[in-house]
Design a protein around this ligand. Structure first.
Ligand code: DSN
Length: 431
């Protein structure tokens, strides 16, 4: 009888050629594009390695030391490390690192604290808010009576007076402070005063600004917020995922809402990669990285203004900005497609009081976390501002188009994402 286990992996299969092709092409796309999507970043090789680990094999429903499965001693170790590091980074009384995404983290807070039909108050999607803050097309707007605040149309700044008036009017059970497209500081202390006035809970969604909060470049939501949610993959530069933190008194409710309320088995390989990212975020180099994100963002905003563009709110305090294209001949859709054709990736975005439909928009959102990870600095921001101007002012000029493509290639080649990217790439392509 053969001693070989015929059920073991067939190593001759290697990686499915169709999968390998897609990975290979995506790696090249990332390497060869200037990534300006404000919510994207590149994780470290260590985060990549940890996420691609044997921890994906393990079921671990429950929490460290309180699992429904055996064999959890080592995943317990890694989840405890992730929780402790996260609490320390944000000075959070309690943390749960299991949400699969920012949307799941937000839903966990709602599930823990609200009943269907309760009133909630968040920033309107077309003013810079997020789908999960009460949009009708999201469960947050379907199950709850969602109400919205926005920005002052002239200044582009959150109108705190309007937030207070709205809060008094609708008496929300929870107020959501947070945005996916807001270039200025969010005043969490002011939000808490408003929440106190109407006896509401305050939830801060810091998905975009988490890295800046860690580096103390943006005011912290603690101690003001009752709940703080975040993704782990934007300025925080970790794996794609979510976390929820809260004041101690809500710990049990939040943990129960995540599991068994909304999720089953946690993704332990992702939790390990979160722990690795939190470790990286606790190092002095991370603070320097965050400072450069903001310097790059502010420099790029000024350079774009000099190049004739209008920037919502006139500049930025953080990692992103929105070009208001209403003084140009292009819409957000046309601009984002034109830039994509020269390997500059942005996303179309509504500007305050946008006359265009959401699928067209009058703006593009631009962020600097990913280009800063590649090592680009102010000189490169100047080049990028010029490339954006050249493309948007000369949509159909083929000579200029080719010149921009060549410049983008030169820039991306000078700033590789991963030092060994070509080795990695060859490893995949040989399958
Ligand atoms: N997709 C994220 C962003 O781009 O801001 C939000 O979910």
């Amino acid at each position: 009888m053969s001693t070989k286990n015929m059920n073991k992996f067939d190593n001759s299969l290697k990686i499915d050629p169709l999968v390998a092709k897609a990975l290979n092409l995506e790696l090249l796309r990332q390497q060869n594009s200037i990534e300006l999507i404000a919510s994207e970043n590149f994780v470290s090789p260590s985060v990549l390695a940890v996420q691609g680990s044997v921890l994906t094999n393990k079921y671990a429903e429950g929490l460290p030391s309180k699992r429904y499965y055996g064999g959890c001693e080592y995943v317990d170790m890694v989840e405890k490390v992730a929780i402790d590091r996260l609490k320390e980074l944000f000075n959070a009384p309690h943390a749960n690192v299991q949400p699969h995404s920012g949307a799941s983290a937000n839903l966990a807070v709602y599930y823990a604290m609200l009943e269907p039909g309760d009133n909630i108050l968040g920033m309107a999607l077309d003013q810079g808010g997020h789908l999960t803050h009460g949009s009708k097309v999201n469960v947050s707007g379907h199950w709850f009576n969602s109400h919205f605040y926005g920005v002052n149309p002239h200044t582009g700044l959150i109108d705190y007076e309007q937030v207070l008036q709205k809060a008094k009017e609708v008496k929300p059970k929870i107020i959501i402070a947070g945005a996916s497209n807001y270039p200025r500081f969010i005043d969490f202390e002011k939000f808490r005063h408003i929440a106190n006035e109407v006896n509401a809970y305050l939830m801060a969604d810091i998905a975009h600004i988490a890295g800046l909060v860690i580096a103390k470049l943006h005011p912290s939501p603690f101690p003001y917020a009752h709940f703080v949610t975040s993704t782990t993959h934007k300025t925080l530069r970790g794996p794609r995922g979510g976390v929820v933190m809260c004041q101690e008194e809500f710990a049990a409710k939040i943990d129960k809402a995540v599991f068994p309320g909304l999720q089953g088995g946690p993704l332990m390989h992702v939790i390990a990669a979160k722990a690795q990212a939190f470790y990286e975020a606790s190092q002095p180099k991370f603070i320097e990285y965050q400072k450069q994100i903001v310097l790059n963002s502010q420099f790029l905003a000024k350079a774009l203004i000099k190049n004739g563009f209008n920037i919502v709110s006139g500049g930025t305090d953080n990692h992103l900005m929105t070009i208001d294209l209403r003084n140009t001949t292009v819409t957000g859709k046309v601009a984002s497609e034109a830039l994509e054709s020269v390997n500059i990736t942005v996303n179309k975005n509504a500007v305050p009081n946008d006359p265009q439909k959401p699928f067209v928009t009058s703006g593009i959102r631009i962020g600097t976390p990913a280009v800063t990870t590649r090592g680009m600095m102010e000189d490169e921001m100047q080049i990028i501002a010029n490339l954006i101007k050249d493309k948007l002012n000369n949509l159909n000029d083929e000579t200029i188009h080719n010149k921009i493509l060549a410049k983008v290639k030169e820039l991306t080649t000078s700033f590789p994402i991963y030092e060994n990217i070509y080795e990695y790439n060859q490893m995949i392509s040989k399958y």
